[in-house]
Design a protein around this ligand. Structure first.
Ligand SMILES: [Zn+2]
Length: 208
C-alpha cells in the first residue's frame, strides 16, 4: 500500500522512461538530489519483496522536493572534491544547478537538512567564505575573515536558524587541515572518524 501511495503522489520506478514500463512514453524526471537507484526507497525496497520499514532518506528528499513545507525552502546540497594527494575540500549550495551530481570535481554526497532562500522568521543569513586554497567555510558570522584573514566572504547562500526548536536539526562543524571545514547533522558522522579532526560545536540549525 505504501508503495502504491508512492506512485499516487508522483514517485516512479527508475525504468519509467523505458517503452516497456511506460508505453505512453511520458518521461519521468529524476528529482534533484536523489540518485537514480535507491535500494531502500518505498518504490524499490517493497517492490523487491522487502517489508516496509519506513521512508528512506531519499524518499523524504523526493517527497519534500515535490511538496515543500515552505515554498522558499531548499535542501542544503553537500559536496566534496578530491584535490591532489590525499587532500579534499567540502562545499555546499542551495542551487542544484551549481554542481548537480558532479561538476568541476565536486561530488554530491547528500543533503544536510533544509534552509531558505528568503529570511524566514527566526532565520539569519548563512555566509560562504573561501580561502586561497579553495577551501570553503560556512558560517552565520559575517566576520569570520577578521580572525582568519585568508578567507573572503563570498556572500549569502541562504538563511538558517540560529537557535533550536522543534523540527530543526543541529548542524555540527569540524575542521581538518587536509579537508578544511566540514559540517554534518550527525555528530558521529563516519566521515570524520580518524585523527586530525577537531571541532564538534553546533554552528547553526536547519529545517528537517
Ligand atoms: Zn510500482
Amino acid at each position: 500500500m505504501v508503495h502504491e501511495i508512492g506512485h499516487i503522489i508522483g514517485l516512479h520506478h527508475t525504468d519509467w522512461q523505458t517503452p516497456t514500463a511506460n508505453p505512453n512514453n511520458v518521461l519521468g524526471v529524476l528529482i534533484n538530489g536523489t540518485w537514480n537507484v535507491d535500494s531502500q526507497s518505498i518504490i524499490n525496497h517493497i517492490y523487491n519483496g522487502q517489508p516496509f520499514n519506513g521512508l528512506s532518506g531519499l524518499d523524504l528528499l523526493a517527497i519534500r522536493t515535490i511538496y515543500p513545507l515552505d515554498n522558499g525552502e531548499r535542501p542544503l546540497y553537500t559536496y566534496y572534491k578530491n584535490l591532489s594527494g590525499n587532500v579534499k575540500l567540502h562545499a555546499w549550495t542551495g542551487n542544484w544547478n551549481d554542481y548537480g551530481f558532479y561538476s568541476n570535481g565536486f561530488i554530491y554526497r547528500g543533503a544536510t537538512g533544509y534552509f531558505y532562500n528568503y529570511q524566514k522568521s527566526g532565520t539569519v543569513p548563512l555566509y560562504r567564505f573561501q580561502n586561497s586554497l579553495e577551501y570553503y567555510y560556512l558560517s552565520i558570522d559575517p566576520n569570520v575573515h577578521l580572525n582568519f584573514p585568508d578567507f573572503q566572504n563570498t556572500g549569502v547562500i541562504g538563511y538558517v536558524y540560529n537557535s533550536h526548536s522543534d523540527n530543526k536539526l543541529p548542524v555540527y562543524e569540524f575542521w581538518y587541515s587536509n579537508e578544511g571545514h566540514f559540517i554534518s547533522n550527525n555528530f558521529n558522522d563516519a566521515w570524520i572518524s580518524g585523527p586530525g579532526w577537531t571541532g564538534g560545536r553546533i554552528t547553526f540549525y536547519v529545517g528537517k
